[in-house]
Design a protein around this ligand. Structure first.
Ligand code: MF3
Ligand code: CO
Length: 279
């Protein structure tokens, strides 16, 4: 296993730092949530998010991000992905319409640590089938979170997502996965949302035991139709091949030195802005 494949385990104080970054993302998405209504252009939402992150001492991690040579850097603070765009949508002059679903995915860096999570919003009233897709993707994430426990493996999380959405005949997007996170936005381990096809890959994820110090993101990306995307190589945006709607929720979790799982990300500020009360 090379250096690049190593999992960077974090101390409790490092986890606390990451939690602060994640909190900044949560508050930023709270501001974003207030703008999720018909008539608002995507670039405006992005500007509000960037200003909020910078005003609070953070940096927008996605802006200028370029994981592979030869591809254009990501130009914005937020990924805003509307309807059949599942992830990595670039905020442009598109104006939100009643009935859209739109995922806001935000990564912010504070004191060198990255916070990263995402939420799919409904604009005004959406169709019943879109509403169900969004709700079940949210539930798939929370179901998977129950498996993010010491002694389980990454395989258990992957299986949890896939098995949750299977009865609805949704398609899991497989070209992208959840990921470890810390001083880099993307670290090991990969956290797929499906059970890999080859025995070798399955073995790899079954060997990846969840243990103290791990910090990673779980992020189901679910299509209403198939999970196929238009172009595997097109990193931004990622669009569903069948042009049917897709949803995406992401949470960031840590396992502390005591072996306790902590969800670092929070939907509290989003839900307050939307007037959702779970209590
Ligand atoms: N939340 C996304 C992820 O988990 C952020 C990547 S957007 C990028 O990978 F533009 F920076 F790539
Ligand atoms: Co992520």
């Amino acid at each position: 296993m090379g250096l690049l494949n190593r999992i960077h385990l974090k101390s409790d104080s490092e986890i606390e730092s990451i939690k602060k970054s994640s909190l900044l993302v949560g508050k930023t998405l709270g501001e974003v949530a207030k703008l999720m209504r018909p008539g608002v252009p995507l670039f405006y939402i992005d500007q509000v998010a960037e200003d909020y992150i910078r005003a609070n001492g953070g940096l927008p991690s996605c802006k200028g991000y370029r994981p592979y040579a030869g591809m254009p850097p990501f130009p914005s603070t937020l990924c805003l992905s509307v309807n059949s765009t599942v992830v990595h949508g670039i905020p442009n002059d598109y104006v939100l319409q009643e009935g859209d679903i739109v995922t806001a995915d935000c990564v912010a860096c504070l004191n060198g640590w990255h916070g990263d999570f995402a939420y799919t919003f409904e604009i005004g009233t959406v169709s019943e089938e879109k509403h169900l897709l969004v709700r079940r993707t949210y539930e798939a994430l929370h179901h998977a979170l129950d498996f993010a426990k010491v002694g389980n493996t990454i395989f258990d999380i992957s299986q949890a997502v896939e098995s949750y959405v299977k009865p609805f005949r949704y398609g899991v997007v497989k070209v992208l996965s959840g990921h470890g996170i810390g001083r880099s936005m993307h670290e090991k381990p990969d956290v797929p949302n499906f059970v890999p096809r080859t025995r070798e890959e399955r073995r790899w994820y079954k060997d990846e035991v969840i243990r103290p110090g791990m910090v990673f993101c779980i992020e189901p990306m679910i299509g209403m139709g198939t999970g196929e995307v238009l172009d595997d190589e097109a990193h931004w945006p990622v669009v569903m091949a069948d042009r049917r709607p897709a949803a995406h929720f992401e949470h960031q979790v840590a396992i502390n030195s005591q072996g306790k799982t902590e969800i670092l990300s929070t939907y509290q500020y989003i839900e307050e802005a939307l007037g959702i009360n779970h209590k």
